[in-house]
Write a protein that binds this ligand. Sequence first.
Ligand code: ATP
Ligand code: ATP
Ligand code: MG
Ligand code: MG
Length: 874
Amino acid sequence: MKIIKLQTLRGPNYWSINRHKLIEMWLDLEEMNEIYSNEIPEFYEGLIQILPSLEEHFCSPGHRGGFLKRVKQGTLMGHVIEHVALELQTLAGIRVKFGRARSTSKPGVYRVIFEYRQEAAGRYAAKAALRLVENIIDRGYYPEKELKLDLEDLRKLKAETSLGLTTEAILKEAEARKIPWTELPARGIVQLGYGIHQRRIVAAQTSNTSLLGTELACDKEGTITMLREANLPVPKGTVIYRLRQLENAIEEIGFPIVIKPLDGNHGRGITLNINSWRDAESAYDLAKSESKSGGVLVERYYKGRDFRVLVINGKVVAVAERVPAHVVGDGRSTIAELIAQVNKDPRRGDGHENILTRITIDEHSEQLLAEQRLSLNSILEKGEICYLKATANLSTGGTAIDRTEEIHPQNVWIAQRAARIIGLDIAGIDITSPEISRPLTEVDGVIVEVNAAPGLRMHLQPSEGTPRNVAAPILDMLYPLDRPHQIPIVAVTGTNGKTTTTRLIAHILRQTKKTVGYTTTDGTYIGDFLAEPGDNTGPQSAQLILQDPSVEVAVLETARGGILRSGLAFSQCDVGVVLNVSDDHLGLHNINTLEDMAHVKSVIAEATSPNGFVVLNADDPLVAAMAKSDRQKAKVTYFSMDRWNPIIWEHIKNGGVAAVYDNGYLCFLSGENVIQVELAVNIPLTLGGKAPFMIANALAASLAAYVQGVKVEDISTALRTFRASVEQTPGRMNLISWANFQVLLDYAHNPAGYQALGQFVGNWSTGERIGVIGAPGDRREQDLRKLGMLAAQIFDRVIIKEDEDNRGRNRGEVAALIREGITQEKPDFPYEIILDEQTAIETALLKATENSLVVILPDKVDRALDLLKQPVMI
Ligand code: ATP
Ligand code: ATP
Ligand code: MG
Ligand code: MG
């Protein structure tokens, strides 16, 4: 067996609208083709021996053991690998469930689909699953040791991509509120929302967080001075830079004291409760060595417990008591044994990766033990508490107890005031006080420090007491009720007319003075400017638009390739336009029939928000049928070239909205009302009303804008000012005067496109109709012949040329197939083959007769346009 390709889907996709994170593995079963699990000796036994938990997979039987039953009865390896890939991830602590295995039109080739959470781990699981299954086939078992290594790797990959507990909690809350998020490529920044409405976070730091506030909070002395000035309770203390200043400082403050680095964190370099000159001296050295600025803070030692008060957007939202790492005696075990027991708690991990951190013994802990006349080998009495760290940081093994209900109202007020004075939207106020339930001023409690970007894990998952969803107030702050997080997204798909319609919609929306971002086959645009040239109809270009902080509305040409390769870039759009489904790209990516293709395009319709609208072509049965799917949640609107189309009729009767072409007018129908938008002859795009397919595109675009709330007058103005010009739609129905004949530059490249173009060419009565034609090499032979047949019907004579890149075919092959089609249709039809596009175009222009129409269907639009700008040398 072998993996042919491994694709990562990241948005709504062919398999599922709601499950965005899927691995699609193309698997060639090779020697295992048509060999069922029950035919392989020892396979079932080997599989349950290494993965007994497969028992939990329901699979099609729908109950526990369902999948294993299928293995026993006989199933193909693609299906087994799907379940193994899911189970490996599950065993590594990654929650996944969804999977599918489907055959393709190629014998022995399967598409195996399964969920992932972390892309790297998902891709790893695909390969590991194949390895495991192959081992069982060959040897009857998979070594336990190997499985252990696989799971270790998976856990590592999971941890590497984890964004941290605080960020993940915020993102989980965002997901619950249907706020989309995207990881940005630098500094672990995560974007919430889209375009102009985006907000950013990095852990508990947000795009609202002031840099001044952050810098002030990091300056311990400055913070304390500011709070002292405001008459808030802070420790009495002073900053020194030299050892000889220590004596004076102590005299001023009086024992007991605390000595700490001026700019430290995580409790590094702090000594608490110093009562002698000798201890003070060594504490000074320690603090000095940890201090970047060289400053050392000498403070009075305040006896008490450690509280963290979390203030978000001016309000106290949670309070936790932090308890330094400690063990409690049982009368039998040594301290070392007790620590080992505590560290077995599955909630404890290394550093910040888990809810709690494992306790490690360093020289400070040993010193602390020595002060208590204990060692790691001492046995504690039952119930006796031994502290192992001086400070209560979670990151050194401390624990947290929720005290949100207990804080005294005056302390709430003090903490909120402190956060505001320092100037932080999210602040962690550290308080040392015997009680939090009594005013600090009464019990001699103090604010020790204010933290910017405080960790949230002690509130989210305290070791004792009620967990607090502190991510919620963060999102309330970033997105108050009346503040949108999305920008309107219009997505356009179909076989033909996507680029034209996308550009027209963008042009209409520009009438509303909003900054429009749009992607097309010719490039990505923001406002009036080209942001990125190239064929940009996939999710990456859509991301560029959705991440741009100036974009107020997005119009995204969404082609089949991107949908199949990685899914959509957004989880929902507001308007989903499906123009048509016709014969193109069939045979690629296992999409072999028009129905399959319609399924691909229906991803857009189904990903349209329930509050949004789909704009469907009522004249195309495969598109119109999308309205009937039960996965289709958005409100339906239709467009049609035929006012009397029964679908429109029925739809209007039921109170729907539609756009139709009637009596020379583009109209909106809504219940009884008929709104005439514009006469087709006034719309340059339709070439004086002579290109019906352009009228259809204009109907779709107008309707998409109308359901987005654009005024009819604005739509009409836009239709009149949008030209099928080289500037606005390069290479799409550009009619150019040339010497004594006309040149039409167009992009038709599939049968439906040729037919549409034929409607216009057929109206040309003044002279000869000459075609310069070619086609992409990755189309099927029958498709290329079909284009030849159509060309023979449309034109009086043709020149056949080829693309620069024949996408896998030999030079001359595409042209030969088109010629076959031509001669099949009309054996005497005049044609020439000139493979080089440039020469072909030049020849056509040189030989064109008076009043003729030369239709050029170029591979490279820009190059053809350049040619048309220069006089041709004779
Ligand atoms: P972190 O990164 O955890 O905030 P830090 O290195 O910034 O640590 P501080 O916050 O200043 O250090 O102090 C850590 C802990 O030491 C405090 O939470 C408190 O428990 C204790 N502490 C600090 N100063 C005093 C003091 N003057 N009196 C009593 N305890 C203190
Ligand atoms: P691509 O898949 O290459 O990106 P597209 O869907 O973006 O194509 P356009 O670039 O707008 O389509 O148009 C390409 C050609 O298809 C046009 O030049 C025209 O010949 C033809 N065409 C445009 N609209 C339609 C339509 N509604 N029906 C049939 N053919 C059309
Ligand atoms: Mg601190
Ligand atoms: Mg296009």
